[in-house]
Write a protein that binds this ligand. Structure first.
Ligand SMILES: NC(=O)c1ccc[n+]([C@@H]2O[C@H](COP(=O)([O-])OP(=O)(O)OC[C@H]3O[C@@H](n4cnc5c(N)ncnc54)[C@H](O)[C@@H]3O)[C@@H](O)[C@H]2O)c1
Length: 271
């Protein structure tokens, strides 16, 4: 095997579906061993790859003790930890302020922030001592909502902006031994759920994709929504030989939202 992550060991939160699972399978194909952590064991069983290089942990990312145990099991099983991919998250289905009551904000804010933001911070807290040992790195799944509005409502957009700040702060605090970067993904057809507090825990973003008509309003509107198409930046950022000078940076894989301009790309299908 000769991949960009030969002999590497990674821990991926939310690794049983969507972009987390796609990253797990890509890391395996690049020669890594992976611990996938998630709250649904049936999802974790879906991860395809050499079973001797996959370790599954059923846990909630709001549970610091479980994250410490997952790091310890990764080191016990694979000898070390090179990369933490902080990824597990929920969406708010673009529930705007005018459609939220104070009571809903009270409970849904706590749920969204405790999974999306505290879950990343707790995972980083559990992993950093091992990452110092290996001169490893953290890669966070960020979002177009880490930079721009209307990819979520106020709860999700604020949480993903918070993750961007978290990524930058930790890049400063953990240098020079540990690099911390992010991949700001655009729309992906996954199983992304909403908060229980808004009764959206059973709703999947896949249903929204199924209903979607027409192309998305992004310059690369014919780019894919399969999460596997978003995994290469994770490999790049995890591989110290390839990205040893990069920290505190977010690679946007969002179809060019940042150069969208007012309404649509200046080019177009006739070019
Ligand atoms: N789907 C998109 O369009 C999109 C776009 C940009 C960013 N993202 C981000 O990608 C990340 C992954 O989401 P996805 O789209 O792959 O959705 P997904 O639901 O397919 O994957 C998320 C995984 O996290 C797990 N999870 C959720 N809450 C958890 C918890 N409390 N404890 C443990 N595991 C938990 C889920 O069970 C699931 O396996 C999220 O951070 C999301 O915000 C998604």
């Amino acid at each position: 095997m000769s991949g960009w992550l030969d002999g590497h060991a990674a821990l991926i939160t939310g690794g049983g579906s969507g972009i987390g699972r796609a990253v797990a399978e890509r890391f395996l194909a690049e020669g890594a061993s992976v611990t996938v952590l998630g709250r649904d064991p049936a999802q974790l069983d879906q991860v395809a790859g050499d079973p001797s290089r996959v370790h599954k942990v059923t846990a909630d990312v709001r549970d610091s003790g479980a994250l410490h145990a997952a790091v310890a099991e990764t080191v016990e099983r694979f000898g070390k930890l090179d990369t933490l991919v902080a990824n597990a998250g929920v969406w708010d289905y673009q529930r705007q302020l005018t459609r939220l009551s104070g009571k809903e904000i009270d409970t849904a804010f706590d749920e969204v922030f405790s999974i999306n933001v505290k879950g990343y911070l707790l995972a980083a807290e559990a992993a950093w001592p091992e990452l110092v040992r290996t001169r490893g790195s953290i890669v966070m799944t960020l979002s177009n909502s880490s930079f721009y509005v209307n990819g979520g409502g106020p709860l999700y957009t604020a949480s993903k902006h918070a993750c961007l700040g978290l990524m930058r702060e930790l890049a400063y605090e953990l240098a020079p031994k540990v690099r911390v970067n992010g991949v700001a993904c655009g729309g992906m057809n996954t199983d992304l759920r909403g908060p229980e507090a808004l009764a959206l825990g059973d709703r999947s973003i896949a249903a929204s994709f199924a209903k979607r008509q027409g192309a998305p309003p992004i310059p690369l509107h014919d780019s894919g929504t399969d999460p596997r198409d978003f995994t290469a930046p994770y490999v790049l950022l995890a591989a110290r030989e390839q990205s040893g000078t990069i920290t505190g940076h977010a690679i946007s894989a969002d179809g060019g939202i940042g150069v969208r301009g007012f309404a649509r790309a200046a080019g177009g299908d006739h070019l």
